[in-house]
Design a protein around this ligand. Structure first.
Ligand code: TYM
Length: 329
């Protein structure tokens, strides 16, 4: 059975971008593949979180993974820092990752722009850590959103380079995966770009009805179409993209028709969108509240995941050390 690996940074609550870009596929894949889903707490250190927040953020993502439907009996759910083998593999892969290619990565350039006071080496080697996450379990498939495409391309490059350098076919070359469809990019409500934690434009799975309504009603739009069948501006297209993922096809068509005949009232579109997001969130939100108060369950899940993930990671590290030429005395 093919192996799947994916992770999410614990930098707050999960938003609809995380859900529709990644978690939705996790839910289906856990039934069909050998899955490892983790919480990328090492990665989150690149933005220097406050130590007193780190654990609660990890705990929150874990509770939300479970509330969204990840099943620890089907998939291995673990915390990245519970697997120090990942740090060792990163060190080894770093020896064959080159400054030029790391500096050219879009995510590095973006982050360096966003936090010029903290352009640390961890940001530079972020794609190497990500490659270690994926290769440590020999993943063939990686379910991610569109924003991770380039990082995954780096993993493919590092895996191929390792195989060539050591004349082996040890690492499979992993594929980004979304059930035969394009990788997803869920937009925010601010008119352009993707939904993101650092963008501050997120709709969160844990948001209550009032919060969602307030955010959606404030979403950026334009003055409305004046010629039939005109092209939508990005801000309006974004609302339709969101509607597409939470509403029925009939609802989407209804508002598209209204747009095309210039009869659309954005207030109505937003009201419907808010209602459908609230309905989508409600059961997940309830489970988040329930699961996050259950310490025993959370610690049982993490312990189980750690053991299973460790087994796979320790085997890989033993083999990688041998391939590199390390021998014991
Ligand atoms: P992160 O934590 O930013 O996001 C987690 C997952 O959510 C997806 N995602 C989106 N998808 C569509 N539209 C959006 N607006 C959107 N925002 C986020 C991301 O594509 C991702 O799948 N580096 C990764 C975490 C990571 C990882 C890995 C992923 C570390 N190691 C190994 C896969 C495999 C990250 O920062 O994702």
């Amino acid at each position: 059975m093919e192996t799947v690996v994916s992770g999410i940074r614990p930098t707050g609550q999960l938003h609809l971008g995380n859900y529709f870009g990644a978690v939705k596929n996790f839910l289906r894949m856990q039934k069909e593949y050998n899955c490892y889903f983790f919480i990328a707490d090492y990665h989150s250190l690149t933005t220097h979180p406050t130590p007193s927040d780190l654990h609660s953020n990890v705990r929150q993502v874990l509770a939300e993974y479970l509330a969204a439907g990840l099943d620890p009996e089907l998939a291995t759910l673990y915390v990245q820092s519970d697997l120090p083998e990942v740090a060792e593999l990163t060190l080894l892969l770093n020896m064959n990752a080159y400054l030029g290619e790391l500096e050219r990565t879009t995510s590095f350039k973006d982050k360096a722009r966003q936090q010029p006071e903290n352009v640390n080496a961890g940001l530079l080697t972020y794609p190497v850590l990500m490659a270690a996450d994926i290769l440590i379990h020999h993943a063939a498939k990686v379910p991610v959103g569109k924003d991770q495409e380039q990082n995954l391309e780096m993993t493919r490059k590092f895996a191929g380079r390792f195989n060539r350098m050591y004349n082996t076919e040890y690492f499979p070359i992993p594929q980004p995966f979304n059930y035969g469809e394009q990788l997803v990019k869920i937009p925010g409500l601010d008119g352009s770009g993707k939904m993101g934690k650092s963008e501050g434009n997120g709709l969160y799975l844990a948001d209550d009805a009032k919060t969602i309504t307030k955010k959606v009603m404030k979403a950026v739009t334009d003055a409305g179409p004046t010629t039939p069948n005109s092209e939508m501006p990005e801000s309006v297209r974004n609302l339709f993209t969101l509607l597409d993922v939470v509403s029925t096809a009939d609802t989407v068509q209804h508002f598209k028709d209204k747009y095309n005949t210039c009869d659309i009232r954005y207030g109505d579109l937003k009201k419907q969108l808010a209602e459908d997001i609230i309905a989508f969130n409600a059961p997940i939100r309830e489970r988040i509240l329930d699961i996050s108060s259950n310490d025993d369950y959370l610690s049982k899940v993490v312990k189980m995941g750690k053991e299973k993930a460790h087994e796979s990671a320790a085997k890989t590290m033993k083999e990688v050390r041998e391939i590199l030429g390390f021998r014991s005395f």
